[in-house]
Design a protein around this ligand. Structure first.
Ligand SMILES: Cc1ncc(COP(=O)(O)O)c(C=O)c1O
Length: 478
């Protein structure tokens, strides 16, 4: 027994200290270890803890470290000190469900991230949706961030989104997408996914019929189903026959570049869809996720043809800048703005103003459009390189079935091949290709191969692994 009446092994601090994430500062690890011991009842209320000097000597750590841990425990109410008598454990109810002695029950473990489904895995080779981060203008972006941080406006955020950023986006949409938009119609989101969620939440009630283009992005369907919508899928033929669509609350589509095939919706079909929406009091949601990288000039947005306020436009910076930015926007019919902003206020009070202000400055300076022009050229080169590498490989007979441009290509596979199983195999090899049937379960099998993020060497490694996995499955049976 030591001076506190507790054997050192009773505290189990050595064990717990080492079981806690080594990246944390020692005082924090000690705090967590002690807190676990107290909460689990292993160290009971009323017990006097060793003096900071004694515990520091026992654990071989600095006395100030122990002092900091004790201070934190005291500040959170686990300990109280009696003048001249030392630190005592507070009388607390025993917390249920804690594993006694395991610091891990409360402490953060570095390995936890791998278990969390919400955290995206590290990108693989040929990863779709990933821009050329090796070519990102980091310095200019850092400068924009720095300038944004020094402005006094950081004290508040507008739930609709930074006013300066909305001005820049409105200007950009006018120049690039032929859209006449007032900044007051724009709502900044944390990406298109949030935009789709907000639309599902605001415009549909449980049981509403929602039409989704097929092939299409699975995140859209998830957002609609979460809101309780009844989802029907429409293929390209059905899109052409609006008289057979029937009534629906809304339709989500990617008219300027289908996801993931890249084809566009011709003007006659766009006009027919606008008429269908007006006739059925339905909304058209235009998900314009990467029209910036269309082969040739980008088509005008469907939104720009709408004279009856039936179209909601969703844009994102995930592909034009980087996915971790988590910034996008909705362009709303004026009548809907107040309701969306009200929800926004309740949801999160608005997004962090710093990256929004930085992005506004980045756009205003011309850095954004310069970057996009460079990326458009680069992606065309990277696409050509991937096509060439495939053409020179044993996979040369496989057709490229998408419409060109963009940041990924779609490689067709024979009908007998299970593309989902192949994509899983490829993931094990560090290749981030996606199965085409994820986006259209009844369509043909294939692989979606990203080419934007990979410089030549990485792309070659990706193609080599693709060959290794695919070639044995493509050989005709003897
Ligand atoms: C077609 C499409 N729409 C929306 C999204 C969501 O994008 P964001 O990162 O802006 O949430 C994606 C992401 O891959 C997508 O492919």
């Amino acid at each position: 027994m030591d001076e506190s009446g507790l054997a050192r092994t009773d505290l189990g601090l050595f064990l717990n200290l080492n079981a806690t994430d080594a990246a944390l500062p020692t005082y924090r690890r000690l705090f967590l270890a002690l807190r676990t011991a107290i909460l689990s009842g292993r160290v009971q209320g009323g017990v006097r803890l060793p003096s900071t000097r004694a515990l520091a000597a026992q654990l071989g750590i600095a006395r100030n470290t122990v002092k900091s841990a004790y201070e934190l425990l005291q500040a959170e109410g686990y300990l109280h000190s009696r003048h001249g008598a030392g630190c005592f454990v507070a009388a607390l109810p025993v917390a249920q469900g804690l594993r006694s002695g395991a610091a891990g029950a409360l402490a953060y473990n570095a390995g936890d991230e791998d278990q969390m489904p919400a955290v995206r895995a590290r990108p693989g080779l040929l990863q779709p949706g990933l821009p050329a981060l090796d070519q990102f203008p980091y310095r200019r972006w850092q400068r924009a961030l720095q300038a944004a941080a020094s402005t006094p406006a950081l004290t508040a955020t507008d739930p609709q989104g930074d006013a300066g950023l909305r001005v820049e986006i409105a200007r950009w949409l006018g120049l690039q997408r032929g859209m006449q938009v007032a900044p007051s119609q724009i709502l900044i989101t944390s990406g298109s996914q949030q935009g789709l969620y907000l639309i599902a939440n605001q415009l549909t009630t449980a049981g509403d019929r929602v039409l989704l283009e097929r092939p299409g992005f699975s995140g859209t369907e998830q957002a609609m189903r979460l809101a309780g919508a009844c989802v029907d899928h429409i293929d390209q033929q059905a899109l052409a026959r609006t008289d057979t669509l029937g009534a629906a609350r809304l339709m989500v589509l990617t008219p300027s570049r289908n996801f993931p095939m890249g084809h566009t919706l011709a003007a006659d079909r766009r006009l027919a869809l606008l008429n269908w929406a007006a006739g059925h009091d339905a909304w058209l949601v235009e998900d314009d996720y990467d029209s910036e990288f269309a082969a040739g000039p980008a088509l005008s947005a469907l939104f720009s043809l709408d004279t009856r306020d039936r179209v909601i436009y969703a844009g994102t910076f995930s592909r034009t800048l980087f996915p971790g930015l988590r910034l996008g926007y909705l362009v709303l019919p004026p009548a809907w703005v107040a309701a969306f902003v009200a929800v926004r206020r309740i949801m999160d009070g608005g997004l962090s103003s710093l990256p929004q202000r930085a992005l506004a400055a980045f756009m205003a300076s011309g850095d954004y459009s310069r970057h996009l022009r460079r990326m458009k050229r680069l992606y065309a080169q990277r696409r050509a390189r991937l096509e060439q590498q495939l053409a020179e490989s044993p996979l040369r007979a496989l057709p490229i079935i998408d419409a060109g441009g963009g940041m990924h290509l779609c490689l067709g596979l024979p009908d007998t091949v299970d593309d989902i199983a192949i994509a899983q195999r490829l993931a094990g090899e560090g290749v981030g290709a996606r199965a085409l049937r994820l986006y259209d379960p009844e369509g043909r099998p294939g692989l979606v191969l990203g080419f934007a993020a990979d410089a030549e060497d990485a792309m070659r490694r990706g193609v080599d692994r693709l060959v290794r996995v695919l070639a044995p499955r493509l050989r005709a049976p003897d």
